[in-house]
Structures are given as structure tokens and as C-alpha cells.
Design a binder for this molecule. Structure first.
Ligand code: NAD
Length: 510
């Protein structure tokens, strides 16, 4: 039998070290000497030690970001920003394998998947490079007089606080970096406790590409300390949070300190609707991987799987077959389809949902167990499917963030729609059908910010993603993405130099 690859077979300059924050372009030791271990979730081994940042560290990073913002950076011309993006493209392209291996070891995502994210990252960099020349206001008509020209101009918002989740560091960061660098904002990033190394290394690479000092800063640490300090900081102009609803609520409240702009991208419990006329060769692996991707730790995971009753049994049989042939193992092995969960805490959480499903009346049709043997040191669970799930059951309502599918049958299109919308979330959703009219009705009536037809989890920076209800507000990507990083000023110009236009406007003279 082949030896399973372990992190001991790979080396990285971070491994075995106590890491610092990255402030003003340099590694900076933390204010306190408290460190937290970063584990390889496939083996339970400690990879490195991450600083437990403090409010003092946040102050230092925000000051560096402010200084950079008030310097020449925010007035760079579009071509200068574009040129920086081109250098970043090259550095990221050259070093992507290192980033992919580091991410796989740190969070468990299969290496084939992290290596595959290279194309996504490079396309996102290219897209945001094009946005540098796409930032402008409008000339607007007015009812004041012909001697008055009116227009809007845009200006960068300032210092951004970016609070990140751990599940997709290689991809998620570009939503923030793209807008920050294209507009002339600066940023302080707070990586998730479990995925700090990828963010630190990626930002180091930005500096290797020529990023001016202090434009991007990283403060590692706990959410309740570093995240909270960033969200309430009076010199942060906008906070962007991606994570759970519980923490998102705290960020919204903390942001009230200086009424900073706030964007929250939160959880989901997305409906995936399979009609009997679906292209089954797509729908079976599509519905399975809509949940098993990243071991179910994807915010848009299609965990509520609605299957038209006349196709239900055949579909479930095929889904079970697909699930049982999945290869579970350390992400570092090239033949792994699904890696571990991120942590012992996440494993316990997923298992508590699995163990609680049968007593509520759901039927376990495959999976449901933690993996033992030579995987027993890691946080591995089997791909799991429950049938006979009713919408009111806990597994059908709450975000599990694990490889657990709840199959719910339906008879009519109206019923599918009602069930799909019976959730407090509204992040993603999909329909599988060959009937375009039916698909259009679902697109229009499912209350979700991102929707797929005969595919799942495709994402493009130019198209973006959005949320309804508890899934948050402020969307990422797409044509309005840059506006999130910009103030809009309304400008009135009297170009008559005469009394034809009253010097003071509305309300003061009849
Ligand atoms: P989490 O909410 O536990 O943590 C997210 C980030 O917030 C971390 O950096 C954490 O340290 C920080 N944080 C925690 N408490 C905080 C506080 N009081 N103040 C400020 N920051 C705080 O979420 P997670 O476990 O890292 O990620 C999983 C969750 O994120 C899931 O709910 C998932 O659906 C969601 N998610 C959403 C999207 C999206 O785009 N909508 C993308 C990825 C993940």
C-alpha cells in the first residue's frame, strides 16, 4: 500500500514557526506573546503558530493603512494601478502552486481543487485590472438652468476592514483586494483563525509585486478580539464581513461606532431543485458536488435537495452510488475527491446534526460516520444522505457546513417553489431541468441572490454573487462591485460667472 502523504513530506518557510502580523509591508511581532496553533485538519498536526492579535495590533495596522491612503497611493492614475495588477498577475501565477499546497495543508481542500483555483484567481486579477479605467461619475441633466453643469465624481472610501472566513481563502480574498487596489483604498485584513497562512503568504507576494507600503495589512487573531476591534474602529471607513450570521450581527452593531459602511455576506441553506426531466448525467454529480465540494464547507452549498417524486427513488439510488465512490482522504493526495472538515469543533458540530436527524424522523441512506483507520487523526466524515426529510426538521433548516444532503420530495412546481423559499436564508439555489420556461419561472421566483440552471457554484468576478434575507447584503462582483469601494459626490458648477444663476440655491429664495 502507498504511504499516505502527510504534511511532514512538504516543507514551507512558515511551518514550525511563530508567525507575525503583516503591517506596513513587513512582518511585525504581535503586541502580546499569546499564540494559537494552526492544525493540519487531515492529520491533527500543528503546522505553525498564529499570533493572537490585540486591539493594539489593530490600531497599528489601521494607522499604517491610513498613512498609505493619505499618501500618493490614493491618487495613482488608472494606468499605474493597471500596471500593478499586471505585476501581481505574474507573481501570483508563478507562485500559485505554493499557495495551493499551503492552503490544502492548512484547511484540507483537495489539492486538485486548490490548484484548479489558479484560473479563477488569474481571471479575477485580470477583471479587476480592467476596472481601474472604469471608475467614473456621470454628467447629469438638471432643472436649475443652462448655466449650471451637474455631474457626479467618485472618490475612494478610505480604509477598509476585511474580516474573512476560512473556507475559500484563495478565492474569497480577490473580492476585497480587487476593489481595494483598483480604487485606491487601503485595507486591514483579519483572516479566519484556521486559514491565516494563505492570507499572510498571498499578501507577502503582493509586496513582492511592488505594492506600496501599508496598502494591504494583515492582523491575525480571534474574531471576538481582532474582528471586533476592526469593526468598531473609528478610523476604518468600511467593513466587509464574510462569515456566520451570529458574528455578522455583531459586526453590524460594532460598525455603528462611526456609522461606517458595512457589507455582510453570511450563511446559506440553499435549495437545489431537480425536476424529473433534468439531464440526469449532469444533475446527479451536480447535486452531489453542490454539497460535497470542500466537504460541504461552502456558503452556497445546495443542502436542501428537492427531487420531483416521480424521479425520486431512481435519483436517490444514483446519488448514493455517486457518494459511495467518492475517495475521501488528505487533500494533499491527488486522487482525493473530498478532504476533512476544518477542525475538531466543526467535526463535533456536523456529527451532532447527523446524530440528531434520525430521532426527528429522517432516514440515513448512506454515510453518517466519522472515518477511522489511518484517517482517525483527521476530521473526516463520510458523504452523507438523508431521505424522508421534512422541511421543519433541524437538518433541513440550519446550516450544517458539512457533507450532508437532505433529500425532500415534491409533486408540483408550485410545491417546489414554496419549499425552496421556506427558509430564513437566500444565498444560492439551482434548478435542473430541460424545460427553459420552468427554469425561467424558478429564476424569477426563488428568493436567492445567486441562481444556477443545470450547473452549480459557477462564479465570475464580472457577474458576482448576492444575498437575500439572512444571507446578507452588499453583494460581491458584478457591475456595481466598484461602487462599494467609492464615495459618490454630486457636483454643481455655475459656469456663467454672472448673476443669471443665483449664487445660493434652493430654499433660500423664491
Ligand atoms: P465565522 O463567523 O465563525 O467567522 C468568520 C470571521 O469572522 C472569522 O475571521 C472570525 O474570526 C470572525 N469573527 C468571529 N466573531 C467575530 C466578531 N464578534 N466580530 C468580528 N469578527 C468576528 O464563520 P466561519 O466559520 O469562518 O465561516 C463559515 C460561515 O461563513 C458560514 O456560515 C458560511 O456560510 C459563511 N460564508 C459565507 C460566504 C458568503 O459569501 N456569503 C462565504 C464563505 C463563508
Amino acid at each position: 500500500m502507498n504511504e499516505r502523504p502527510s504534511s511532514a513530506m512538504f516543507s514551507h518557510k512558515y511551518f514550525g514557526k511563530e508567525l507575525g502580523h503583516l503591517i506596513g509591508g513587513k512582518s511585525v511581532p504581535p503586541h502580546s506573546d499569546q499564540m494559537m496553533p494552526s492544525f493540519n485538519p487531515a492529520t491533527g498536526e500543528v503546522l505553525a503558530y498564529i499570533p493572537e492579535g490585540t486591539a493594539e495590533d489593530v490600531n497599528l495596522a489601521v494607522a499604517a493603512a491610513r498613512k498609505a491612503f493619505e499618501g500618493p497611493w490614493s491618487e495613482w492614475l488608472p494606468w499605474e494601478r493597471h500596471r500593478l495588477f499586471m505585476r501581481i498577475y505574474e507573481v501570483i501565477e508563478q507562485n500559485f502552486d505554493e499557495l495551493a499546497y499551503l492552503t490544502t495543508l492548512d484547511i484540507g481542500t483537495p489539492i486538485t481543487k486548490t490548484l484548479g483555483m489558479k484560473q479563477y484567481a488569474l481571471k479575477a486579477i485580470t477583471y479587476f485590472a480592467t476596472q481601474t479605467t472604469n471608475i467614473g461619475g456621470q454628467t447629469l441633466p438638471n432643472n436649475i438652468g443652462t448655466g449650471v453643469m451637474t455631474m457626479t465624481v467618485k472618490a475612494p472610501v478610505g480604509v477598509i476592514g476585511g474580516i474573512l472566513p476560512w473556507n475559500v481563502p484563495l478565492v474569497g480574498l480577490w473580492w476585497l483586494l480587487g476593489g481595494t487596489l483598483a480604487t485606491g483604498c487601503t485595507i486591514v485584513l483579519k483572516p479566519a483563525e484556521y486559514a491565516t497562512m494563505t492570507i499572510l503568504r498571498l499578501v507577502e507576494l503582493l509586496y513582492e509585486a511592488g505594492l506600496p507600503e501599508g496598502v494591504v495589512n494583515v492582523v491575525a487573531g480571534r474574531g471576538g478580539v481582532v474582528g471586533q476591534a476592526l469593526a468598531e474602529h473609528n478610523d476604518v471607513d468600511r467593513v466587509v464581513f464574510t462569515g456566520s450570521v451570529q458574528a455578522g450581527r455583531k459586526v453590524i452593531m460594532a460598525s455603528a461606532s462611526n456609522v461606517k459602511r458595512v457589507q455582510v455576506e453570511l450563511g446559506g441553506k440553499s435549495p437545489d431543485i431537480v425536476f424529473a426531466d433534468a439531464p440526469m448525467e449532469l444533475a446527479v454529480p451536480g447535486a452531489a458536488m453542490a454539497v460535497y465540494n470542500n466537504c460541504g464547507q461552502v456558503c452556497t452549498a445546495g443542502t436542501r435537495l428537492f427531487v420531483e417524486r416521480k424521479a425520486h427513488n431512481e435519483f436517490v439510488d444514483k446519488l448514493v452510488k455517486f457518494s459511495r465512490q467518492m475517495r475521501i482522504g488528505p487533500g494533499i493526495a491527488h486522487d482525493t475527491d473530498m478532504g476533512p472538515l476544518i477542525s475538531q469543533g466543526q467535526l463535533d458540530r456536523v456529527m451532532s446534526y447527523v446524530d440528531g436527524a434520525a430521532p426527528e424522523g429522517a432516514t440515513l441512506v448512506t454515510g453518517g460516520k466519522r472515518l477511522g483507520g489511518d484517517l482517525s487523526q483527521g476530521y473526516f466524515v463520510e458523504p452523507t444522505i438523508f431521505c424522508d426529510v421534512r422541511p421543519e426538521m433541524t437538518i433541513a433548516r440550519e446550516e450544517i457546513f458539512g457533507p450532508v444532503i437532505s433529500v425532500i420530495p415534491f409533486d408540483t412546481e408550485e410545491e417546489a417553489l414554496r419549499l425552496a423559499n421556506e427558509t430564513e436564508y437566500g444565498l444560492g439555489g439551482a434548478v435542473w431541468t430541460q424545460d427553459l420556461s420552468k427554469a425561467m419561472r424558478m429564476i424569477n421566483r426563488v428568493k436567492a441572490g445567486t441562481f444556477w440552471v443545470n450547473c452549480y457554484d459557477w462564479m465570475d468576478a464580472g457577474v458576482g454573487m448576492n444575498g437575500y434575507k439572512l444571507s446578507g447584503y452588499g453583494g460581491k462582483g458584478g457591475p456595481t462591485h466598484m461602487d462599494n469601494f467609492l464615495y459618490q459626490k454630486s457636483v454643481y458648477i455655475n459656469h456663467t460667472y454672472s448673476g443669471d444663476v443665483p449664487p445660493v440655491g434652493a430654499g433660500l429664495r423664491a
